[in-house]
Design a protein around this ligand. Structure first.
Ligand SMILES: N[C@@H](CCC(=O)N[C@@H](CS)C(=O)NCC(=O)O)C(=O)O
Length: 240
C-alpha cells in the first residue's frame, strides 16, 4: 500500500551521499530482495530494522509505515512516499533509480513481466502454505502434535506438494532455456529479484523437487558481490 506521509526518517547502514530511500527490513523476509536490488543498482539507502516476534510475525512498529504491517516497505524521502509490496517496490526503484540497469532486453521483456508477477501471485502462496503447515503442529500443545502432524502432513502431501512440484518443473524448464537469468541476458532483472526469496526458501528448507538449474541459479545469486553486500548490511538471514 502506498501513502504520501513517511512516518519516520530512520538511521542506519549505508555510507556516501544522504540516501533518499529507507528500507524497512524485517529479518528473514522478502525485504532481502530489496537490499539485493539496491546494491545491484548502487543506490544509497538506509535500513530500519524490525525483528519478528516469537510468533514469527512482524512487530507492530511496521504498522506505522504501512497499514498491513508487512515487509518490505520503503520510504522514499524524495517524494514523501511509503510503498509496500515487493513487486511494486522493485518496479518503482528500477524505474526511478535504475538509470537503465536491471532492465531486460526486448526479447526478455515478457519473461520479466511474467515472473515478476508470477512469484507473489502463484508461487509464494504455495511456499507459505508449505511452511505454515509444517510450523502449526510444532507450535501446538504437545498432546496435539502427533495428530496435527498427521493432518497437516496429509494436507501438504495431497494439496501442496504436487502443485509445488509442477511449479518447480516449469521453473527448471524455463531456466534451462533462458540461461543465467529469468529474462535471459547477462544481468538479473526484476524477475530475478522477485524469484530470489521464493527459490532461496525452497532450496534451503524443501529442496526435494528443486531442479539442478534452479539450484545453480540460487548459487549464482548468492555469488553476486551485490547480493553479499546486501546480506552483510541486512544481518542474519535464514534462507542461505
Ligand atoms: N506480497 C507481499 C508479502 C508481504 C509479506 O507477507 N511479508 C512477510 C515477510 S516475508 C511479513 O511481513 N510477515 C510478517 C507478518 O505477516 O507479520 C510482498 O511481496 O511484499
Amino acid at each position: 500500500m502506498a501513502s504520501e506521509t513517511p512516518q519516520e526518517q530512520a538511521p542506519t547502514a549505508a555510507s556516501g551521499p544522504t540516501p533518499a530511500i529507507i528500507v524497512h527490513h524485517l529479518n528473514d523476509s522478502r525485504s532481502q530482495r530489496i537490499l539485493w536490488l539496491l546494491e545491484e543498482l548502487e543506490v544509497p539507502y538506509e535500513i530500519k530494522f524490525y525483528q519478528r516476534g516469537s510468533d514469527l510475525l512482524a512487530p507492530k512498529e511496521l504498522l506505522e509505515v504501512s497499514p498491513l504491517g508487512k515487509a518490505p516497505v520503503i520510504t522514499d524521502t524524495d517524494g514523501n512516499v511509503n510503498l509496500a509490496e515487493s513487486g511494486a517496490i522493485i518496479t518503482y526503484i528500477i524505474k526511478k533509480y535504475g538509470h537503465g540497469k536491471a532492465l531486460p532486453s526486448q526479447s526478455g521483456e515478457l519473461d520479466d513481466l511474467y515472473f515478476t508477477h508470477y512469484c507473489e501471485g502463484s508461487l509464494m502462496p504455495l511456499v507459505v502454505n508449505k511452511f505454515i503447515f509444517s510450523i502449526i503442529p510444532e507450535r501446538a500443545p504437545w498432546f496435539l502434535r502427533f495428530f496435527l502432524r498427521g493432518i497437516f502432513g496429509n494436507l501438504t502431501s495431497m494439496l501442496v506438494d504436487p502443485q509445488l512440484k509442477k511449479h518447480l518443473d516449469v521453473i527448471e524448464a524455463h531456466l534451462g532455456k533462458s540461461g543465467d537469468w529469468f529474462a535471459g541476458g547477462d544481468e538479473p532483472t526484476s524477475a530475478d529479484f522477485m524469484m530470489s526469496f521464493a527459490l532461496e526458501a525452497l532450496s534451503a528448507r524443501a529442496p526435494a523437487n528443486v531442479g539442478p538449474k534452479t539450484l545453480e541459479w540460487v548459487k549464482r545469486v548468492h555469488e553476486r558481490p551485490a547480493y553479499k553486500r546486501g546480506l552483510e548490511k541486512g544481518g542474519k538471514y535464514a534462507y542461505l
